[in-house]
Design a protein around this ligand. Structure first.
Ligand code: HEC
Ligand code: HEC
Length: 413
């Protein structure tokens, strides 16, 4: 008897529970989700998680071994919101975009950027759109993989972002605080459910979305890209190896007879730009190739000083042979990212070229690639050479990403 009553009351309790769950759904969840949608709609110009971040890079880059890992569109779209959200910093005044501005190929136009509470960064903000494809550039190509930050201390955007959030000069937030701030904004629940199916934000999800967004960036619509793509079309070459040889020869101004006789320089480029290319390939490509598979050196001492106040890689390793060693970046969009170097010491490309021409210091750690001019670190360029080199650097510019709304500020205000 007792047992029967127990079973009956258990069944009644279960029934009551399931009814109350159902009414919860009816009374709370439906109106909530509608409200969540309205909140998101009120905050943004369009729903950010509905963008398409898939990217097709020029075929010559594919041929040379660059392959884009396609972005997760929804995560990248959510990453866009996180990238522009000032609420994710200690004083709610700084977002990633404060220091990585779209109009400057996602770098800053000052030597040191303003972080939380008016602090200045200790180094120059690096551009993010200085690569043909972010995700492809920072992957293993021909056995090498470049790293992030001027001293290469981060392996990917997730590691980099965790450090940037926590940096007291930059965003001043532990990841747990970032998650709390996300939970406090009414525009996130709709987006989060859209991407992850629930609104239980985690540190990993935040970092993953930022990585998807930054990883989707890329600049491959430059005059140089058009020229190399045209160069490929000039020749009816059947095999990958042959295309590789031809592009390599084109790019290095090499010894391939077809190229030297049929085309005197890169198609579509001016005489000055082609002369600049010759100077660039002879002296700069190994450390700075805008075509990632041709870059061989990813960090070096380029002789800015005899005594570095910022020791670069040596700050991490403690090795004297790493003093003055900094990341050697790709130079895509370099015309948009002044000032230059880890401390933003040069305001113009003219100043950079003057440095490589006359002012390189014979630092003991100077990289061997800096001594190609018969052991003399300085190139002693003429005024015309300098002008030509700068003209070639301008062919790395891609105006498209600066106006691409998928990477712009999604907030209405
Ligand atoms: C207050 C300015 C500031 C903010 C805010 C900021 N950054 Fe940066 N960023 C920098 C500086 C300065 C560096 C170089 C730091 C160094 O090398 O020590 C940098 C470097 C980077 C790099 C490395 C690029 C490379 O080529 O190695 C990436 C990626 C990056 N930031 C992404 C982000 C993201 C994502 C956010 C937001 C979570 C962010 N940054 C917020 C200033 C900032
Ligand atoms: C041995 C490798 C090496 C060679 C060769 C070299 N550079 Fe550099 N370059 C670097 C390194 C490393 C940096 C960053 C130095 C720093 O900030 O301390 C740099 C920085 C730069 C920058 C600034 C990048 C930025 O985002 O601020 C420009 C522009 C540049 N180099 C152009 C050139 C040109 C043009 C040549 C050829 C004349 C050249 N470099 C040759 C290693 C090299």
């Amino acid at each position: 008897m007792k047992k029967a009553i127990y079973i009956l009351s258990l069944a009644l309790a279960l029934l009551a529970l399931s009814c109350s769950q159902n009414t919860d759904v009816l009374i709370q969840e439906l109106p909530n989700s509608a409200q969540e949608f309205l909140d998101a709609e009120a905050a943004f110009n369009g729903i950010p998680t509905e963008g398409n971040y898939h990217r097709k890079i020029p075929s010559y880059l594919n041929v040379l071994g660059m392959h884009v890992a396609q972005a997760d569109n929804q995560k990248a779209g959510l990453g866009r919101v996180l990238f522009y959200d000032k609420n994710l910093s200690k004083d709610s005044k700084i977002s990633c975009a404060s220091c990585h501005k779209q109009s400057n190929a996602f770098s800053d136009n000052v030597a040191f950027s303003v972080g939380v509470e008016g602090n200045l960064t200790s180094r120059n903000a690096q551009p993010l759109a200085n690569v043909a494809s972010f995700s492809a550039h920072y992957s293993n190509i021909r056995g090498k993989m470049p790293l992030l930050f001027w001293d290469e201390r981060a392996s990917d955007v997730s590691v980099q972002s965790r450090q940037t959030f926590a940096n007291p000069l930059e965003m001043g937030m532990e990841m747990a605080d970032v998650v709390d701030r996300i939970k406090a904004q009414n525009y996130y629940p709709y987006l989060w459910r859209n991407v992850f199916g629930d609104f239980e934000p985690t540190e990993e999800q935040v970092l993953e979305c930022l990585q998807e967004f930054v990883g989707a960036m890329g600049s491959h619509n430059s005059a140089l890209d058009n020229s190399l793509e045209q160069a490929m079309e000039l020749f009816d070459v059947p095999t990958i190896t042959q295309i590789d040889t031809i592009i390599t020869a084109f790019y290095y101004g090499g010894s391939d007879t077809i190229i030297n006789t049929v085309v005197a320089g890169l198609p579509g480029m001016s005489l000055s730009q082609n002369r600049g290319r010759d100077i660039f390939v002879a002296n700069c490509t190994k450390c700075h190739s805008p075509v990632r598979p041709f870059q061989e050196v990813f960090a070096a001492c380029n002789g800015l000083d005899m005594e570095y106040s910022d020791k670069g890689l040596a700050n991490l390793t403690g090795k004297s042979t790493d003093a003055g060693v900094f990341k050697s970046p790709s130079l895509r969009n370099i015309a948009f990212t002044a000032p230059y170097m880890h401390d933003g010491r040069f305001k113009t490309l003219q100043e950079v070229v003057d440095f490589y021409s006359e002012d390189v210091k014979p630092h003991p750690n100077l990289h061997a690639e800096m001594l190609r001019n018969g052991g003399d670190p300085n190139l002693h360029l003429t005024a015309q050479d300098k002008q030509d080199l700068i003209a070639f650097l301008h062919t790395f510019s891609d105006g498209v990403i600066a106006n691409d709304h998928r990477f712009s500020n999604p907030f209405k205000k």
